[in-house]
Ligand binder design. Structure first.
Ligand code: ARG
Length: 472
Protein backbone atom coordinates (compact mmCIF):
# COMPACT_ATOMS: atom_id res chain seq x y z
CA UNK A 1 0.00 0.00 0.00
CA UNK A 2 1.45 3.38 -0.98
CA UNK A 3 1.27 6.41 1.26
CA UNK A 4 1.45 9.26 -1.25
CA UNK A 5 -1.00 12.02 -0.43
CA UNK A 6 -3.09 13.94 -2.88
CA UNK A 7 -6.11 16.15 -2.34
CA UNK A 8 -9.02 14.30 -0.79
CA UNK A 9 -12.11 13.71 -2.88
CA UNK A 10 -13.99 15.38 -0.04
CA UNK A 11 -11.31 18.05 0.48
CA UNK A 12 -13.27 21.12 -0.65
CA UNK A 13 -13.88 22.69 2.75
CA UNK A 14 -10.61 21.62 4.38
CA UNK A 15 -7.63 23.96 4.72
CA UNK A 16 -5.31 21.70 6.73
CA UNK A 17 -4.03 18.25 5.82
CA UNK A 18 -5.32 15.21 7.67
CA UNK A 19 -3.15 14.11 10.59
CA UNK A 20 -1.16 11.00 9.69
CA UNK A 21 -2.47 8.91 12.56
CA UNK A 22 -6.03 9.97 11.79
CA UNK A 23 -5.49 8.85 8.21
CA UNK A 24 -4.39 5.46 9.43
CA UNK A 25 -7.28 5.19 11.91
CA UNK A 26 -9.87 6.33 9.44
CA UNK A 27 -8.80 4.25 6.46
CA UNK A 28 -10.68 1.09 5.64
CA UNK A 29 -8.89 0.27 2.40
CA UNK A 30 -6.57 -2.32 4.01
CA UNK A 31 -9.67 -4.51 4.49
CA UNK A 32 -12.48 -3.11 2.33
CA UNK A 33 -10.47 -3.61 -0.86
CA UNK A 34 -12.03 -7.03 -0.58
CA UNK A 35 -15.21 -5.34 -1.84
CA UNK A 36 -13.49 -4.10 -5.01
CA UNK A 37 -15.40 -6.39 -7.40
CA UNK A 38 -18.73 -5.43 -5.86
CA UNK A 39 -17.76 -1.76 -5.91
CA UNK A 40 -16.96 -1.77 -9.62
CA UNK A 41 -20.10 -3.74 -10.42
CA UNK A 42 -22.12 -1.19 -8.44
CA UNK A 43 -20.47 1.68 -10.32
CA UNK A 44 -21.08 0.02 -13.69
CA UNK A 45 -24.76 -0.44 -12.85
CA UNK A 46 -25.00 3.14 -11.61
CA UNK A 47 -23.33 4.73 -14.64
CA UNK A 48 -25.39 2.67 -17.10
CA UNK A 49 -28.53 3.87 -15.35
CA UNK A 50 -27.31 7.49 -15.30
CA UNK A 51 -26.93 7.16 -19.07
CA UNK A 52 -30.29 5.46 -19.57
CA UNK A 53 -32.22 8.19 -17.76
CA UNK A 54 -30.27 10.94 -19.58
CA UNK A 55 -28.31 12.33 -16.61
CA UNK A 56 -25.03 11.48 -18.41
CA UNK A 57 -24.29 11.66 -22.12
CA UNK A 58 -23.49 8.44 -24.02
CA UNK A 59 -19.83 9.42 -24.53
CA UNK A 60 -19.46 10.13 -20.81
CA UNK A 61 -20.91 6.74 -19.98
CA UNK A 62 -18.59 5.05 -22.45
CA UNK A 63 -15.52 6.78 -21.01
CA UNK A 64 -16.44 5.90 -17.43
CA UNK A 65 -17.32 2.31 -18.30
CA UNK A 66 -14.05 1.85 -20.18
CA UNK A 67 -12.08 3.19 -17.22
CA UNK A 68 -13.94 0.96 -14.78
CA UNK A 69 -13.32 -2.14 -16.87
CA UNK A 70 -9.62 -1.34 -16.97
CA UNK A 71 -9.59 -0.91 -13.21
CA UNK A 72 -11.43 -4.19 -12.72
CA UNK A 73 -8.87 -5.98 -14.87
CA UNK A 74 -6.04 -4.52 -12.77
CA UNK A 75 -7.78 -5.45 -9.54
CA UNK A 76 -8.19 -9.02 -10.75
CA UNK A 77 -4.58 -9.14 -11.90
CA UNK A 78 -3.44 -7.82 -8.51
CA UNK A 79 -1.75 -4.82 -10.13
CA UNK A 80 -4.12 -2.12 -8.90
CA UNK A 81 -2.36 0.40 -6.70
CA UNK A 82 -4.22 0.72 -3.37
CA UNK A 83 -3.44 3.93 -1.51
CA UNK A 84 -4.01 4.53 2.17
CA UNK A 85 -4.47 8.29 1.66
CA UNK A 86 -7.41 7.44 -0.57
CA UNK A 87 -9.10 6.04 2.53
CA UNK A 88 -11.39 3.33 1.28
CA UNK A 89 -12.16 1.06 -1.64
CA UNK A 90 -14.68 3.52 -3.09
CA UNK A 91 -12.36 6.52 -3.20
CA UNK A 92 -9.39 4.48 -4.37
CA UNK A 93 -11.34 3.33 -7.38
CA UNK A 94 -12.89 6.70 -8.11
CA UNK A 95 -9.58 8.58 -7.75
CA UNK A 96 -7.80 6.09 -10.00
CA UNK A 97 -10.60 6.49 -12.52
CA UNK A 98 -9.96 10.23 -12.49
CA UNK A 99 -6.20 9.66 -12.87
CA UNK A 100 -6.94 7.57 -15.94
CA UNK A 101 -9.85 9.24 -17.73
CA UNK A 102 -9.73 12.78 -16.38
CA UNK A 103 -12.43 15.03 -14.91
CA UNK A 104 -15.35 13.15 -16.52
CA UNK A 105 -14.70 10.54 -13.81
CA UNK A 106 -16.20 13.05 -11.39
CA UNK A 107 -19.62 12.51 -12.99
CA UNK A 108 -19.78 8.91 -11.74
CA UNK A 109 -20.64 10.04 -8.24
CA UNK A 110 -23.70 12.00 -9.43
CA UNK A 111 -26.76 11.05 -7.36
CA UNK A 112 -24.72 8.71 -5.19
CA UNK A 113 -23.05 8.80 -1.79
CA UNK A 114 -20.50 6.47 -0.29
CA UNK A 115 -23.23 5.63 2.18
CA UNK A 116 -25.47 3.89 -0.35
CA UNK A 117 -22.39 2.72 -2.22
CA UNK A 118 -20.90 0.83 0.74
CA UNK A 119 -24.31 -0.52 1.75
CA UNK A 120 -24.71 -1.87 -1.79
CA UNK A 121 -21.22 -3.37 -1.98
CA UNK A 122 -21.52 -5.00 1.41
CA UNK A 123 -24.97 -6.41 0.72
CA UNK A 124 -23.76 -7.87 -2.55
CA UNK A 125 -20.80 -9.44 -0.78
CA UNK A 126 -22.83 -10.77 2.14
CA UNK A 127 -25.55 -12.20 -0.09
CA UNK A 128 -22.96 -14.04 -2.17
CA UNK A 129 -21.19 -15.22 0.97
CA UNK A 130 -24.48 -16.49 2.44
CA UNK A 131 -25.28 -18.43 -0.71
CA UNK A 132 -21.73 -19.77 -0.88
CA UNK A 133 -21.91 -21.01 2.72
CA UNK A 134 -25.37 -22.46 2.09
CA UNK A 135 -23.81 -24.51 -0.73
CA UNK A 136 -20.91 -25.63 1.45
CA UNK A 137 -23.27 -26.57 4.28
CA UNK A 138 -25.25 -28.55 1.76
CA UNK A 139 -22.12 -30.45 0.70
CA UNK A 140 -21.44 -31.40 4.32
CA UNK A 141 -25.11 -32.35 4.71
CA UNK A 142 -24.72 -34.67 1.74
CA UNK A 143 -21.71 -36.29 3.43
CA UNK A 144 -23.76 -37.02 6.55
CA UNK A 145 -26.62 -38.46 4.51
CA UNK A 146 -24.20 -40.63 2.52
CA UNK A 147 -22.57 -41.80 5.75
CA UNK A 148 -25.99 -42.54 7.22
CA UNK A 149 -26.80 -44.64 4.17
CA UNK A 150 -23.47 -46.46 4.28
CA UNK A 151 -23.69 -47.38 7.97
CA UNK A 152 -27.11 -48.97 7.62
CA UNK A 153 -25.23 -52.00 6.29
CA UNK A 154 -21.52 -51.37 6.86
CA UNK A 155 -21.32 -53.86 9.75
CA UNK A 156 -21.34 -57.01 7.62
CA UNK A 157 -24.73 -56.12 6.17
CA UNK A 158 -26.08 -54.97 9.55
CA UNK A 159 -26.43 -51.44 10.86
CA UNK A 160 -23.64 -50.05 13.03
CA UNK A 161 -24.91 -49.53 16.57
CA UNK A 162 -23.63 -46.70 18.73
CA UNK A 163 -24.30 -45.85 22.35
CA UNK A 164 -26.66 -42.92 22.59
CA UNK A 165 -25.91 -40.57 25.47
CA UNK A 166 -27.67 -38.17 27.74
CA UNK A 167 -25.50 -36.34 30.28
CA UNK A 168 -22.65 -38.17 28.52
CA UNK A 169 -23.83 -41.29 30.37
CA UNK A 170 -24.80 -44.23 28.17
CA UNK A 171 -28.54 -43.90 27.71
CA UNK A 172 -29.94 -46.11 24.93
CA UNK A 173 -28.45 -47.77 21.86
CA UNK A 174 -28.92 -45.93 18.58
CA UNK A 175 -27.87 -46.47 15.00
CA UNK A 176 -24.76 -44.66 13.84
CA UNK A 177 -26.90 -43.70 10.83
CA UNK A 178 -29.36 -42.05 13.20
CA UNK A 179 -26.52 -40.01 14.71
CA UNK A 180 -25.40 -38.99 11.20
CA UNK A 181 -28.91 -37.85 10.34
CA UNK A 182 -29.09 -35.74 13.50
CA UNK A 183 -26.23 -33.64 12.09
CA UNK A 184 -27.83 -33.68 8.64
CA UNK A 185 -30.95 -32.15 10.22
CA UNK A 186 -29.01 -29.41 12.00
CA UNK A 187 -27.14 -28.61 8.80
CA UNK A 188 -30.34 -28.56 6.78
CA UNK A 189 -31.65 -25.84 9.08
CA UNK A 190 -28.30 -24.02 8.89
CA UNK A 191 -28.49 -24.08 5.13
CA UNK A 192 -32.02 -22.73 5.13
CA UNK A 193 -31.06 -19.98 7.58
CA UNK A 194 -28.40 -18.75 5.14
CA UNK A 195 -30.83 -18.95 2.23
CA UNK A 196 -33.56 -17.13 4.19
CA UNK A 197 -31.08 -14.42 5.16
CA UNK A 198 -29.90 -14.11 1.55
CA UNK A 199 -33.51 -13.70 0.38
CA UNK A 200 -34.19 -11.01 2.96
CA UNK A 201 -31.05 -9.01 2.08
CA UNK A 202 -31.81 -9.26 -1.63
CA UNK A 203 -32.67 -5.56 -1.97
CA UNK A 204 -30.56 -2.81 -3.48
CA UNK A 205 -29.77 0.25 -1.35
CA UNK A 206 -28.20 2.01 -4.36
CA UNK A 207 -29.91 5.34 -4.98
CA UNK A 208 -30.69 6.00 -1.34
CA UNK A 209 -27.75 8.42 -1.63
CA UNK A 210 -26.48 9.93 1.63
CA UNK A 211 -29.67 9.25 3.61
CA UNK A 212 -32.63 11.10 2.16
CA UNK A 213 -32.75 10.03 -1.47
CA UNK A 214 -31.80 12.34 -4.32
CA UNK A 215 -33.37 14.99 -6.54
CA UNK A 216 -31.99 13.24 -9.63
CA UNK A 217 -34.48 11.18 -11.67
CA UNK A 218 -32.86 7.83 -10.88
CA UNK A 219 -34.18 4.45 -11.86
CA UNK A 220 -33.45 2.41 -8.76
CA UNK A 221 -35.30 -0.56 -10.20
CA UNK A 222 -32.86 -0.67 -13.10
CA UNK A 223 -29.75 -0.67 -10.90
CA UNK A 224 -31.34 -3.20 -8.53
CA UNK A 225 -31.99 -5.63 -11.35
CA UNK A 226 -28.61 -5.00 -13.01
CA UNK A 227 -26.95 -6.03 -9.75
CA UNK A 228 -29.09 -9.15 -9.37
CA UNK A 229 -31.17 -7.79 -6.49
CA UNK A 230 -34.87 -8.63 -6.41
CA UNK A 231 -35.88 -4.98 -5.92
CA UNK A 232 -34.67 -1.69 -4.44
CA UNK A 233 -34.92 -1.10 -0.68
CA UNK A 234 -38.00 0.93 0.28
CA UNK A 235 -36.62 3.44 2.76
CA UNK A 236 -33.50 5.52 2.17
CA UNK A 237 -32.66 5.95 5.88
CA UNK A 238 -32.94 2.24 6.51
CA UNK A 239 -30.93 1.55 3.34
CA UNK A 240 -27.80 3.34 4.51
CA UNK A 241 -28.19 2.90 8.26
CA UNK A 242 -29.06 -0.79 8.72
CA UNK A 243 -26.73 -3.72 9.00
CA UNK A 244 -29.14 -6.38 10.21
CA UNK A 245 -28.42 -8.30 7.00
CA UNK A 246 -24.85 -8.72 8.24
CA UNK A 247 -26.08 -9.57 11.74
CA UNK A 248 -28.35 -12.25 10.30
CA UNK A 249 -25.46 -13.70 8.37
CA UNK A 250 -23.39 -13.78 11.55
CA UNK A 251 -26.26 -15.21 13.59
CA UNK A 252 -26.77 -18.02 11.09
CA UNK A 253 -22.99 -18.46 11.07
CA UNK A 254 -22.84 -18.59 14.84
CA UNK A 255 -25.49 -21.31 15.03
CA UNK A 256 -23.63 -23.26 12.36
CA UNK A 257 -20.37 -22.76 14.27
CA UNK A 258 -22.05 -24.08 17.42
CA UNK A 259 -23.15 -27.19 15.53
CA UNK A 260 -19.67 -27.74 14.10
CA UNK A 261 -18.22 -27.27 17.56
CA UNK A 262 -20.50 -29.93 19.06
CA UNK A 263 -19.62 -32.25 16.21
CA UNK A 264 -15.93 -31.57 16.84
CA UNK A 265 -16.30 -32.41 20.50
CA UNK A 266 -17.94 -35.75 19.65
CA UNK A 267 -15.24 -36.60 17.11
CA UNK A 268 -12.54 -35.74 19.63
CA UNK A 269 -14.13 -37.90 22.33
CA UNK A 270 -14.99 -40.80 20.06
CA UNK A 271 -11.50 -40.96 18.62
CA UNK A 272 -9.83 -41.21 22.04
CA UNK A 273 -8.22 -44.46 23.10
CA UNK A 274 -10.81 -44.67 25.88
CA UNK A 275 -13.81 -44.56 23.54
CA UNK A 276 -12.15 -46.11 20.50
CA UNK A 277 -15.21 -45.65 18.29
CA UNK A 278 -13.54 -43.86 15.48
CA UNK A 279 -10.21 -43.32 13.75
CA UNK A 280 -9.76 -39.97 12.04
CA UNK A 281 -7.79 -40.02 8.78
CA UNK A 282 -4.04 -39.31 8.86
CA UNK A 283 -4.66 -36.53 6.36
CA UNK A 284 -6.69 -34.58 8.92
CA UNK A 285 -4.79 -35.29 12.14
CA UNK A 286 -1.33 -34.37 13.35
CA UNK A 287 1.44 -35.94 15.38
CA UNK A 288 3.34 -34.85 18.46
CA UNK A 289 6.95 -33.74 18.31
CA UNK A 290 7.79 -35.65 21.50
CA UNK A 291 5.30 -38.52 21.83
CA UNK A 292 5.62 -40.83 18.83
CA UNK A 293 2.34 -42.63 19.50
CA UNK A 294 0.18 -39.50 19.26
CA UNK A 295 -2.38 -38.74 16.62
CA UNK A 296 -4.12 -35.54 17.51
CA UNK A 297 -7.51 -34.36 16.24
CA UNK A 298 -6.28 -30.81 15.59
CA UNK A 299 -8.81 -29.99 12.89
CA UNK A 300 -11.69 -30.85 15.18
CA UNK A 301 -10.09 -29.01 18.09
CA UNK A 302 -9.53 -25.88 16.02
CA UNK A 303 -13.07 -26.05 14.69
CA UNK A 304 -14.36 -26.36 18.26
CA UNK A 305 -12.36 -23.27 19.19
CA UNK A 306 -13.03 -21.21 16.08
CA UNK A 307 -16.69 -21.05 17.03
CA UNK A 308 -15.40 -18.38 19.44
CA UNK A 309 -14.27 -16.15 16.58
CA UNK A 310 -17.62 -16.45 14.86
CA UNK A 311 -19.63 -15.75 18.02
CA UNK A 312 -17.22 -12.87 18.66
CA UNK A 313 -17.97 -11.43 15.23
CA UNK A 314 -21.70 -11.50 15.99
CA UNK A 315 -21.27 -9.94 19.43
CA UNK A 316 -18.86 -7.38 18.03
CA UNK A 317 -21.17 -6.20 15.30
CA UNK A 318 -24.23 -6.16 17.58
CA UNK A 319 -22.23 -3.89 19.84
CA UNK A 320 -21.19 -1.68 16.91
CA UNK A 321 -24.75 -1.23 15.71
CA UNK A 322 -26.47 -0.79 19.05
CA UNK A 323 -26.80 2.83 20.09
CA UNK A 324 -25.94 4.34 16.70
CA UNK A 325 -28.49 6.98 15.71
CA UNK A 326 -30.01 6.86 12.23
CA UNK A 327 -28.79 6.86 9.59
CA UNK A 328 -25.14 6.25 8.57
CA UNK A 329 -22.35 6.60 11.14
CA UNK A 330 -18.69 5.82 10.63
CA UNK A 331 -19.12 3.16 13.30
CA UNK A 332 -20.57 1.05 10.52
CA UNK A 333 -17.17 0.80 8.88
CA UNK A 334 -16.42 -1.70 11.66
CA UNK A 335 -18.95 -4.13 10.13
CA UNK A 336 -16.59 -5.62 7.57
CA UNK A 337 -13.65 -7.30 9.27
CA UNK A 338 -15.72 -9.50 11.59
CA UNK A 339 -17.93 -10.63 8.74
CA UNK A 340 -14.99 -11.40 6.46
CA UNK A 341 -13.31 -13.33 9.25
CA UNK A 342 -16.44 -15.31 10.13
CA UNK A 343 -17.03 -16.09 6.47
CA UNK A 344 -13.48 -17.31 5.90
CA UNK A 345 -13.49 -19.33 9.11
CA UNK A 346 -16.76 -21.10 8.31
CA UNK A 347 -15.84 -21.63 4.71
CA UNK A 348 -12.60 -23.46 5.43
CA UNK A 349 -14.04 -25.38 8.38
CA UNK A 350 -16.91 -26.69 6.26
CA UNK A 351 -14.53 -27.80 3.54
CA UNK A 352 -12.29 -29.59 6.03
CA UNK A 353 -15.17 -31.51 7.59
CA UNK A 354 -16.57 -32.39 4.18
CA UNK A 355 -13.21 -33.96 3.29
CA UNK A 356 -12.45 -35.50 6.68
CA UNK A 357 -15.67 -37.28 7.63
CA UNK A 358 -15.96 -39.75 4.73
CA UNK A 359 -12.36 -40.78 5.44
CA UNK A 360 -12.91 -41.56 9.11
CA UNK A 361 -13.17 -45.22 10.10
CA UNK A 362 -15.83 -46.32 12.55
CA UNK A 363 -15.20 -49.40 14.66
CA UNK A 364 -18.48 -51.26 14.75
CA UNK A 365 -17.39 -53.86 17.32
CA UNK A 366 -16.24 -51.20 19.76
CA UNK A 367 -19.37 -49.11 19.35
CA UNK A 368 -21.57 -52.17 19.73
CA UNK A 369 -19.78 -53.27 22.90
CA UNK A 370 -20.06 -49.75 24.31
CA UNK A 371 -23.73 -49.58 23.36
CA UNK A 372 -24.45 -52.69 25.42
CA UNK A 373 -22.69 -51.40 28.52
CA UNK A 374 -24.15 -49.21 31.22
CA UNK A 375 -27.51 -51.04 31.36
CA UNK A 376 -28.45 -49.24 28.18
CA UNK A 377 -31.43 -51.50 27.50
CA UNK A 378 -33.00 -51.29 30.96
CA UNK A 379 -35.79 -49.12 29.54
CA UNK A 380 -36.69 -51.99 27.19
CA UNK A 381 -37.33 -54.28 30.13
CA UNK A 382 -39.49 -51.63 31.77
CA UNK A 383 -41.37 -51.13 28.49
CA UNK A 384 -41.96 -54.90 28.34
CA UNK A 385 -43.62 -54.85 31.76
CA UNK A 386 -45.59 -51.75 30.87
CA UNK A 387 -46.85 -53.40 27.66
CA UNK A 388 -48.13 -56.21 29.86
CA UNK A 389 -50.20 -53.77 31.90
CA UNK A 390 -47.82 -52.78 34.70
CA UNK A 391 -47.99 -48.98 35.11
CA UNK A 392 -44.77 -47.55 33.64
CA UNK A 393 -43.72 -45.85 36.89
CA UNK A 394 -44.00 -49.21 38.71
CA UNK A 395 -42.11 -51.00 35.92
CA UNK A 396 -39.39 -48.32 36.16
CA UNK A 397 -39.08 -48.99 39.91
CA UNK A 398 -38.86 -52.79 39.43
CA UNK A 399 -36.20 -52.58 36.74
CA UNK A 400 -34.35 -49.92 38.72
CA UNK A 401 -34.08 -52.40 41.60
CA UNK A 402 -32.77 -55.07 39.20
CA UNK A 403 -30.13 -52.63 37.87
CA UNK A 404 -29.17 -51.92 41.48
CA UNK A 405 -28.83 -55.65 42.18
CA UNK A 406 -26.81 -56.25 39.02
CA UNK A 407 -24.46 -53.34 39.60
CA UNK A 408 -23.90 -54.21 43.28
CA UNK A 409 -22.91 -57.74 42.22
CA UNK A 410 -20.85 -56.66 39.20
CA UNK A 411 -23.15 -58.16 36.59
CA UNK A 412 -25.14 -57.13 33.53
CA UNK A 413 -28.95 -57.36 33.57
CA UNK A 414 -28.85 -60.39 31.31
CA UNK A 415 -26.63 -62.20 33.84
CA UNK A 416 -29.34 -62.18 36.54
CA UNK A 417 -30.78 -65.57 37.33
CA UNK A 418 -34.27 -66.79 36.58
CA UNK A 419 -35.09 -66.68 40.29
CA UNK A 420 -33.88 -63.14 40.66
CA UNK A 421 -35.98 -62.07 37.68
CA UNK A 422 -39.11 -63.85 38.85
CA UNK A 423 -38.68 -62.44 42.35
CA UNK A 424 -38.70 -58.95 40.89
CA UNK A 425 -41.95 -59.53 38.97
CA UNK A 426 -43.89 -62.71 38.06
CA UNK A 427 -43.98 -61.70 34.38
CA UNK A 428 -40.18 -61.68 34.22
CA UNK A 429 -37.83 -64.58 33.61
CA UNK A 430 -34.22 -64.89 32.47
CA UNK A 431 -35.38 -65.82 28.97
CA UNK A 432 -37.84 -62.95 28.68
CA UNK A 433 -35.20 -60.55 29.95
CA UNK A 434 -32.53 -61.76 27.58
CA UNK A 435 -34.83 -61.35 24.61
CA UNK A 436 -35.74 -57.79 25.62
CA UNK A 437 -32.26 -56.70 26.59
CA UNK A 438 -30.28 -57.09 23.37
CA UNK A 439 -29.21 -53.86 21.72
CA UNK A 440 -30.62 -55.10 18.42
CA UNK A 441 -34.06 -55.61 19.99
CA UNK A 442 -33.77 -52.26 21.70
CA UNK A 443 -33.11 -50.29 18.52
CA UNK A 444 -35.64 -52.31 16.49
CA UNK A 445 -38.32 -51.49 19.08
CA UNK A 446 -37.87 -47.73 18.69
CA UNK A 447 -39.94 -47.50 15.54
CA UNK A 448 -41.83 -44.35 16.50
CA UNK A 449 -41.64 -41.67 13.80
CA UNK A 450 -38.13 -40.21 13.97
CA UNK A 451 -36.91 -43.03 16.21
CA UNK A 452 -33.77 -45.11 15.84
CA UNK A 453 -35.28 -48.37 14.53
CA UNK A 454 -33.60 -49.47 11.28
CA UNK A 455 -36.98 -49.28 9.50
CA UNK A 456 -37.40 -45.66 10.57
CA UNK A 457 -33.82 -44.64 9.88
CA UNK A 458 -33.90 -46.25 6.43
CA UNK A 459 -37.00 -44.23 5.59
CA UNK A 460 -35.37 -41.08 6.97
CA UNK A 461 -32.23 -41.68 4.89
CA UNK A 462 -34.39 -42.02 1.75
CA UNK A 463 -36.24 -38.86 2.61
CA UNK A 464 -33.03 -36.94 3.32
CA UNK A 465 -31.60 -38.10 -0.03
CA UNK A 466 -34.76 -36.92 -1.79
CA UNK A 467 -34.51 -33.51 -0.13
CA UNK A 468 -30.90 -33.23 -1.33
CA UNK A 469 -31.95 -33.99 -4.89
CA UNK A 470 -34.43 -31.15 -4.89
CA UNK A 471 -32.77 -27.97 -6.10
CA UNK A 472 -31.81 -25.60 -3.35
N1 ARG B 1 -15.44 3.34 4.32
C1 ARG B 1 -16.76 3.69 4.70
C2 ARG B 1 -17.44 2.50 5.39
O1 ARG B 1 -16.96 1.44 5.27
C3 ARG B 1 -17.56 4.07 3.50
C4 ARG B 1 -18.67 5.01 3.78
C5 ARG B 1 -18.15 6.32 4.25
N2 ARG B 1 -19.19 7.29 4.32
C6 ARG B 1 -19.01 8.44 4.91
N3 ARG B 1 -20.00 9.25 4.95
N4 ARG B 1 -17.85 8.77 5.49
O2 ARG B 1 -18.43 2.65 6.05
Amino acid sequence: MTTTTDKKLWGGRFAEATDGLVELYNASVPFDQRLAEQDVRGSLAHVAMLGAVGILQPDEVTAIEGGLHGILADIRAGTFEWRLDREDVHMNIEATLRDRIGPVAGKLHTARSRNDQVATDFRLFTKEAALDLAGKVRALRAVFVAEAHKHLTSNGGEPVILPGYTHLQVAQPILLSHWCLAYAEMLERDESRFRDAAARMNESPLGAAALAGTPWPLDRFQTASALGFARPTRNSLDSVGSRDFALEFLAAGSILAAHLSRLSEELILYSTFEFGFLTLPDSHTTGSSIMPQKKNPDVAELARAKSGRVFGALMGLLTVVKGTPLAYNKDLQEDKEPLFDAYDTLSITLRLFTDMLPRATWHAQATLAAAARGYSTATDLADFLARSGVPFREAHEIVGALVGLASRTGRQLWDLTDDEMRAAHPLLSADVAQAQLTVQASVAARASYGGTAPTQVRAQVDDAQRRLEVNA
